[in-house]
Design a protein around this ligand. Structure first.
Ligand code: ISL
Ligand code: CA
Length: 571
C-alpha cells in the first residue's frame, strides 16, 4: 500500500484511560499508567492507540464533556505526561490517536460560560440558543424549541433562567451542542486540532462527527422530528444526522487541519445511524473527509423496538450486515471493524458465550472473524483477554449517566423496574468500563486504592498475567491475529467474499489477493457443526488446505467444527 494508506495494515487498540491503569492509588486510571503498560501493548503488537478523552473536564460524561481542549484533566495527569506518552509510544513504533469531541463542549467551557452570560454576548451564537416555543411559558413541558429527545433521556433542551432561552444538548445538559453554522466556531476547532498535531499526535477519532451539521435548511430553523410512541418527545435525528453541510464541514476540516502536512494522519469518524451509502462518500479518499467511520448497524441488531429492548442476534442478520458493508466499501473507501468499545457491552458476552466452558474459544473466534475482514480492526481494552460483562447486583450498581437517567425516567414512567434492570445488565455502558484485569492481586492490579468502578469479580480467572504466561490464551490468539495482518498481505489487501449467507450458525468467507486465498470458517454455536461440500459447496477444494491459525490448538483437520471453533485456511 502507499504510505497514504498505512492504516490498512494497522490494528488500533482503544484505551479508556479511567479504567486502564491507575499509577497513584486514587482509583482512577491515568496517563502514567498507560506509559507503564506500553510494553504490554507492544507485546500484543498493536500499531495505534486511541485514547478516550483525557482533557480537562467536569467528568459528567467521563470526559466527553470537555472544558479545556488544550489541558489534561488533573485526574489523568499533565501535558508533560502526555508528551512523554507520545515519545515513549513512538519509540516503540506505536502511534497515538486522540479523541476529538467537538459536537459539544462542557457547559463549563469558557466558550459556553461566555455564551450563556447574555443574549448579546459575541459568543451567544456559538451554541444553539432558542426562545421557548410560541404560546408556551418557559420551563413548562412542551415549551422546548423542538421536541427532540436527548440520547441520555429527557428533552434535548435546557432552559437557562437568566436569559429565558433554551440551549440544545443532544447528550447531557452539561454537554451543550456547538453551532457549526458559525464560522468562528469551526475556525476555533481547527486551530485546536492543529495545536494537537503540532504536539506530535497521529490522528483523531471524531466523536459523533456526523451530528455537527444541524438542518436549518427546511424551515430556516431547527424543526420537530417524528413523535416517539408513548412520549411527548420526538426523534430529532432526521434534523441532525448527516445534515446538509456535513460533507462541506469535513472537507473544510481536512483543508484547514491536515492538508499540506508531511505526515499521513489517521482519521476515524464515529457516526451513529450512518448508512452504507453515506459511508462510501465519507471515506472515499478522493473526497478528503475521513479515512474510515465507526458505523453502528451490527451493534444495533440486537436492539428491539426501543433502544433498550434486547433480543438475541440472528447470525444471518449479522452476516448480512457485515457482508453489505464489505461489498459497498470494496472499491471505494474503507471499513473500520469493531465488536465493542467503551459504549458497548463486552463482545464475548454479547456475540459469543461468556459461559466458562466456551468463553475462551468464543472470544478467540470473535477475534478471528473480525480481524480477517477487510478493514482496520479495533481492539477495546480487555477484549484481548476475553473480559466479560459485569454482574450488576441492583440498580444502584450503575454509574454511567446514560444508565442512571434511563433507570430513573423509565421507572418514573411506569416501566417494571425488574425489566429495566434486565435491560441495563445486558446493555449498560458500565459493562465496558470496569477496570482492566491485569493480575490476580487485589483490585486486579488496576489500583492500590479503591477503584472508581468495581473490578469484575472474575479477575482471578481472567487476567493479563495468566494469559501472558499461557500460549493458548485469548491474548496470544489476538497477538497472532495482529501478526498475521502484518505478515500476510491478503489479510489487509484481499478481496472479501461472504459464503453460506443463509446458514444459521456458520460464519464463512474467503479473502483473495495476488494468488493467495484464505478461507475463514467459524462455528457460532455451542454444538458441533458438520461442514461438508453438500451443505456448503464453497468448501469443496479446501479439504487439504493449510491451517494458518485455529482457535482450538489441537485440531485434526476434519469436516466437523467443534463448539465455537474458528479456522483460517490458506491455499
Ligand atoms: O452509547 C450509546 C448507546 O448506548 C450511543 O448512543 C452513544 O451515545 C453514541 O454512540 C455517541 O457516543 C459518543 O458520544 C457521547 C459519549 O457519551 C460516548 O461515550 C461517545 O462514544 C457523547 O459525547
Ligand atoms: Ca490515578
Amino acid at each position: 500500500p502507499t504510505d497514504e494508506q498505512w492504516f490498512r495494515e494497522a490494528v488500533v487498540y482503544q484505551i479508556y484511560p479511567r479504567s486502564f491503569q491507575d499509577s497513584n492509588g486514587d482509583g482512577i486510571g491515568d496517563v502514567r499508567g498507560i506509559i507503564d503498560r506500553l510494553d504490554y501493548l507492544k507485546t500484543l503488537g498493536i500499531d495505534v492507540l486511541w485514547l478516550s478523552p483525557i482533557y480537562r473536564s467536569p467528568q459528567d460524561d467521563n470526559g466527553y464533556d470537555i472544558s479545556d481542549y488544550e489541558e489534561i484533566d488533573p485526574v489523568f495527569g499533565t501535558l508533560a505526561d502526555v508528551d512523554e506518552l507520545i515519545e515513549q509510544a513512538h519509540a516503540r513504533g506505536i502511534r497515538i490517536v486522540m479523541d476529538l469531541v467537538v459536537n459539544h463542549t462542557s457547559d463549563e467551557h469558557p466558550w459556553f460560560v461566555e455564551s450563556r452570560s447574555s443574549k448579546d454576548n459575541p459568543k451567544r451564537d456559538w451554541y444553539w440558543w432558542r426562545a421557548p416555543r410560541e404560546g408556551f411559558e418557559a420551563g413548562t413541558p412542551g415549551a422546548e424549541p423542538t421536541n427532540w429527545e436527548s440520547f441520555f433521556s429527557g428533552p434535548a433542551w435546557e432552559l437557562d433562567r437568566e436569559t429565558g432561552e433554551y440551549y440544545l444538548h443532544l447528550f447531557t445538559r452539561k454537554q451543550p451542542d456547538l453551532n457549526w453554522e458559525n464560522d468562528e466556531v469551526r475556525q476555533a476547532v481547527y486551530a485546536m486540532m492543529r495545536w494537537w498535531l503540532d504536539r506530535g499526535i497521529d490522528g483523531f477519532r471524531m466523536d459523533v462527527i456526523n451530528m455537527i451539521s444541524k438542518d436549518v435548511s427546511q424551515t430556516g430553523d431547527l424543526a420537530d422530528g417524528p413523535p416517539k410512541p408513548g412520549s411527548i418527545l420526538g426523534d430529532g435525528s432526521p434534523h441532525f444526522i448527516a445534515g446538509p453541510r456535513i460533507h462541506e464541514f469535513l472537507q473544510e476540516m481536512h483543508r484547514e487541519v491536515f492538508e499540506g502536512r508531511e505526515q499521513k494522519y489517521l482519521t476515524v469518524g464515529e457516526m451513529p445511524n450512518a448508512t452504507v451509502e453515506q459511508a462510501v462518500l465519507f471515506t472515499d479518499p478522493q473526497r478528503h473527509e475521513v479515512d474510515m467511520i465507526f458505523q453502528f448497524e451490527h451493534v444495533d441488531l440486537d436492539r428491539g423496538e426501543h433502544k433498550w429492548d434486547r433480543r438475541r442476534i440472528d447470525l444471518r442478520d449479522l452476516k448480512a450486515s457485515f457482508g453489505r458493508w464489505q461489498a459497498a466499501l470494496a472499491e471505494t473507501g474503507w471499513n473500520s471493524l469493531y465488536w465493542n468499545n467503551h459504549d458497548q457491552p463486552r463482545a464475548v458476552s454479547r456475540f459469543g458465550s461468556d459461559d466458562p466452558e466456551h468463553r475462551v474459544a468464543s472470544a478467540k473466534l470473535l477475534g478471528t472473524v473480525l480481524h480477517l475482514h477487510r478493514g482496520t480492526p479495533y481492539v477495546y481494552q480487555g477484549e484481548e483477554l476475553g473480559m466479560t460483562n459485569m454482574p450488576f447486583a441492583d440498580a444502584g450498581a450503575f454509574l454511567d449517566v446514560e444508565s442512571v437517567n434511563y433507570y430513573r425516567t423509565a421507572t418514573e414512567a411506569g416501566a417494571d423496574p425488574q425489566e429495566v434492570l434486565a435491560n441495563l445488565r445486558l446493555g449498560s455502558r458500565d459493562n465496558a468500563r470496569s477496570p482492566m484485569q491485569w493480575d490476580d492481586s487485589q483490585q486486579a492490579g488496576f489500583t492500590t486504592g479503591v477503584p472508581w468502578s468495581p473490578v469484575n469479580p472474575n479477575y482471578p480467572q481472567i487476567n493479563a498475567a495468566d494469559e501472558l504466561a499461557d500460549d493458548d490464551s485469548v491474548f496470544h490468539h489476538y497477538r497472532r491475529l495482529i501478526e498475521l495482518r502484518h505478515t500476510e498481505p491478503v489479510v489487509a489487501q484481499g478481496d472479501f467474499t461472504m459464503l453460506a449467507a443463509d446458514h444459521p450458525t456458520l460464519y464463512a468467507f474467503t479473502r483473495s489477493y495476488e494468488g493467495t486465498e484464505l478461507m475463514v470458517l467459524a462455528n457460532f454455536s455451542s454444538n458441533d457443526l458438520e461442514v461438508t461440500s453438500d451443505d456448503v459447496p464453497d468448501v469443496s477444494g479446501w479439504e487439504d488446505a493449510e491451517l494458518v491459525l485455529g482457535n482450538l490448538g489441537d485440531a485434526e483437520p476434519t469436516s466437523t467444527l467443534r463448539p465455537w471453533e474458528a479456522r483460517i485456511l490458506r491455499r
